[in-house]
Design a protein around this ligand. Structure first.
Ligand code: FAD
Length: 310
């Protein structure tokens, strides 16, 4: 077996996976190869520390339809490890590749290392209550969520570009229509400051109060799942947690949020966590750097006014 292979349709995610790939390279002593479907990404990937960049050329614009072609390439090159970005498309693609190659698939790994001739991964299980360590025999196929690793800072090495005609494309599914999601505001996954609302908010109109605080700190608005999925007060791309967005802002301000683990796993990489809740025993205080025990309807307007004055 030879080679640590990386794929994501998002070149920023591919460069994050390269960080993990380069760590594996140190212990496995195998080259790191990147697969891309987009000719425009080739140049930047060649300078990101990859040993080879494989450009798969085909007719389809849907990455998922390249599962057969990618599996064929991995099989021919006898890949040892395949790291796929756990984007929506990446998850779909990885599952198809695993089925074709008849390998296992570890999804949403947070760490990856080579030990005892296997790939050892950790990932959250039971809704984030436990961390499971798993060992996968080679070849190992693993998906890794975006932003789990920083983008690679490795120096460029001599990188070969290989163009492969993707003959084996799946044409059983055709796309009849595409409706892009209209996003309001910025992507909270990359926001630097987030004001997050939970079910401590009594009514939809009160989201405005949180938006005013967000405007005062120059941040974006986020929420817990119930606010989005049950109440429909904010769009689903705004909710944070294990089944929503994972965020890494410099500043997270949460209000009226109890701090259940399913939410906290999505915010724990925030640099500073400030929370406001009436219940001093709410678990959110355990995750917080600064906690205010109080009624958000009193605290938030005072905080906003003070910040606006500054
Ligand atoms: C499989 C699974 C996946 C899930 N995924 C997610 C996920 O990705 N993201 C997510 O967020 N949740 C998720 N959940 C739901 C999660 O378990 C919690 O139910 C949810 O996070 C709780 O939301 P909350 O904190 O807004 O509400 P609550 O738990 O109801 O908390 C409300 C808080 O507001 C406080 N409060 C009330 N009034 C005021 C006031 N006037 N001023 C200040 N504080 C006040 C209360 O003291 C309380 O702490 C998931 C659940 C499951 C089972």
């Amino acid at each position: 077996m030879s080679g640590i292979w990386i794929y994501s349709e998002d070149s920023a995610v591919a460069k994050q996976l390269l960080t993990a790939g380069q760590e594996l390279k140190k212990t496995m002593q195998q080259p790191v190869n990147v697969i891309t479907l987009n000719a425009e990404n080739v140049q930047s990937l060649t300078t990101a520390g990859a040993d080879k960049v494989f450009l798969l050329k085909g007719n389809s614009i849907w990455p998922e339809s390249y599962a057969g072609a990618i599996a064929e390439l991995l099989s021919k090159e006898q890949a040892s490890v395949v790291l796929v970005g756990a984007t929506m498309r990446g998850k779909d693609l990885a599952a198809k590749i695993a089925a074709i190659l008849k390998t296992g698939l570890v999804s949403d790994a947070l760490t990856v290392q080579y030990a005892n001739d296997a790939i050892e991964t950790t990932r959250l299980v039971y809704g984030g209550l436990a961390v499971r360590t798993e060992a996968s025999a080679l070849p190992a196929l693993i998906t890794i969520p975006p932003r789990t690793f920083p983008e690679t800072s490795a120096a460029a090495v001599q990188c070969e570009i290989v163009t492969v005609e993707a003959a084996n494309q799946d044409s059983r599914v055709t796309v009849s229509n595409v409706c892009p999601i209209v996003r309001e505001g910025a992507d909270i996954a990359t926001a630097n400051k987030i004001v997050c609302v939970g079910r401590g908010l009594a009514k939809q109109e009160d989201v405005k109060m949180a938006e005013e605080l967000a405007a005062a700190v120059g941040g974006e608005i986020g929420c817990t799942r119930g606010i989005s999925e049950d109440y429909h007060w904010l769009p689903s791309d705004r909710y944070i947690g294990i089944s929503g967005q994972k965020v890494k802002p410099e500043l997270y301000i949460g209000m009226g949020i109890s701090g259940q683990v399913q939410h906290v796993v999505g915010i724990r990489d925030s640099k500073i966590i400030v929370v406001i809740d009436t219940n001093e025993k709410a678990p959110i205080f355990e995750a917080a750097d600064y906690g205010i025990v109080g009624d958000l309807y009193e605290v938030v307007p005072l905080l906003t006014a003070a910040l606006e004055k500054k």
